[in-house]
Each structure stands twice: as structure tokens, then as C-alpha cells.
Design a protein around this ligand. Structure first.
Ligand SMILES: C[S@@+](CC[C@H](N)C(=O)[O-])C[C@H]1O[C@@H](n2cnc3c(N)ncnc32)[C@H](O)[C@@H]1O
Ligand SMILES: Nc1nc2[nH]cc(C(=O)O)c2c(=O)[nH]1
Ligand code: SF4
Ligand SMILES: [Mg+2]
Length: 211
């Protein structure tokens, strides 16, 4: 079987509670809510995606036959000589189409804390250290607990209140990046001010001009 990975890179986590923290990003290929092809975007279940996850041709991307090979590739991106506070963010595409307990275990074996960014439509494997769920309106959410619920805002039919009963340690609104991002940022921050159980998540890597 193995793992199809678009790219692996070292950067700062740009979003959510860990924003600013150095991390290796492992971007898995494929998603269940969009093919990744621009021609299909308009009819995709998730049509606002800001990411190219198609194929395995990105920097340090490829097909990894085993969990150990995948973990080797992640470890190779962490600065040499630093053993502590190793952090990997598994994203995509939808990482939970591929990330399994064996991969989490191999990453743990190399000292990585394992974070996942998921759309919440697939059951996560055991052992994940930080679970960030970003629900997409019109899909069935099968993950009802985690560390962070990060809702892209606004989404049609996506009243944040519908998620508040779920067991997440924090709730965040992330302004939808598109030509209207400024007005979306304004409305997200106004929502947070009026509903202080929600916090704002900005995509700081885009402001910083890093990956
Ligand atoms: C590209 S997705 C990959 C992980 C997973 N498929 C998911 O949707 O959570 C990573 C994060 O970017 C967010 N995102 C995607 N497109 C966005 C956009 N146009 N504006 C703001 N956030 C976006 C997603 O909601 C998710 O939190
Ligand atoms: N720097 C940086 N932070 C991120 N946080 C979540 C991302 C993602 O695409 O999942 C992302 C990303 O693509 N880059
Ligand atoms: S679920 Fe995530 S990766 Fe898939 S299309 Fe939506 S934002 Fe992109
Ligand atoms: Mg991104």
C-alpha cells in the first residue's frame, strides 16, 4: 500500500494554537472532498481549498512504501542536531485517508509530536498528539472531539454555533482566503468579539511569505 505524499517541508505552523512553532509539514496527496483539479473545483464538496495536493511531485514528496521510510523522510527535514520539541504536522489533502497507527508510531519513534489537520470525515488512528478538525459544510463530521476545531469562515450554512456542543478544547474561526479575505477577516473577528468562546486563527505563514 504505502503512502503518497505531495511534499514535505520545514516551516513555522502558520495557523491555530501552535502558530509560530517550527514544524515539519507532511502533505499527503489526495482528498475525499475535491479531486484537486481546477476543472472540478466548482462542483467539489469543498470548493475553497487553498492547497495543491495533487500528485507526489513536490519538494521531498514521493511514494513511501513503509511507515519507517515515511518517518525517515520527515526526520530528514528537521534541523540536524536538535532532538527536542520535534513537531510534525500531517496535512494534505486529507491526511486521514492515509495516515495510520503505524505511521504515527514510526514518527513517535523518532521523537516527533504528531499533529494532524483533518476535515473530520475520517476516524483518526490511535496516538495522535494534536488533532485539529476543520469541518466542511455539507459533509458528515465523524470526529466529535479533539484539541482544536478550526472553522473556515464564512461558509454557507456554516453557523459556528452548530459545532459548540462538540468536545474540543478550543474553537477558532479562520477567515476564508479568497479575493474577499479582508472582509472575511473583519466578519470573523467581529464574530469572535460577540461570541468570546471563539478565537481568531489567522494564516500567518501567508502574511510572512513563507510556506
Ligand atoms: C488544506 S487543508 C488540509 C487538511 C484537511 N483536508 C482539512 O481540510 O482540514 C488545511 C487547512 O487549511 C484550511 N483552508 C483550506 N482552504 C482555505 C482557505 N481558502 N482559507 C482559509 N483556510 C483554508 C482548511 O480548512 C484546513 O484547516
Ligand atoms: N506554514 C503553514 N502552516 C499551515 N498550517 C496548516 C497548513 C495546511 O496547509 O494544512 C499550513 C501550511 O500550508 N503552511
Ligand atoms: S478538505 Fe481540506 S484538502 Fe480537501 S479540499 Fe477541503 S481544504 Fe482542501
Ligand atoms: Mg495550507
Amino acid at each position: 500500500m504505502g503512502y503518497a505524499v505531495k511534499e514535505i517541508f520545514y516551516t513555522l505552523q502558520g495557523e491555530g494554537q501552535h502558530a509560530g512553532r517550527p514544524a515539519v509539514f507532511c502533505r499527503f496527496a489526495l482528498c475525499n472532498l475535491w479531486t484537486g483539479r481546477e476543472a472540478d473545483r466548482a462542483r467539489a464538496i469543498c470548493a475553497f481549498c487553498d492547497t495543491d495536493f495533487l500528485g507526489t511531485d513536490g519538494p521531498d514528496g514521493g511514494r513511501f512504501a513503509t511507515a519507517e521510510e515515511l518517518a525517515d523522510a520527515v526526520e530528514a527535514c528537521w534541523p540536524a542536531g536538535f532532538q527536542d520539541r520535534r513537531f510534525v504536522v500531517c496535512t494534505g489533502g486529507e491526511p486521514l485517508l492515509q495516515l495510520d497507527a503505524a505511521a504515527v508510531e514510526s514518527l513517535h519513534g523518532r521523537g516527533f509530536e504528531v499533529a494532524v489537520e483533518t476535515n473530520g470525515t475520517r476516524v483518526p488512528p490511535q496516538g495522535i498528539d494534536w488533532l485539529c478538525v476543520s469541518p466542511k459544510i455539507g459533509t458528515e463530521l465523524v470526529v466529535s472531539q479533539g484539541d482544536e476545531l478550526k472553522l473556515v469562515y464564512p461558509q454557507e450554512g456554516g453557523d459556528p454555533a452548530q459545532f459548540e456542543h462538540l468536545r474540543f478544547a478550543s474553537f477558532r474561526l479562520q477567515p476564508m482566503d479568497c479575493p474577499d479575505v479582508e472582509s472575511h477577516t473583519r466578519s470573523a473577528l467581529e464574530y469572535c468579539l460577540a461570541h468570546p468562546n471563539w478565537s481568531l486563527s489567522l494564516q500567518t505563514h501567508k502574511q510572512l511569505g513563507i510556506r
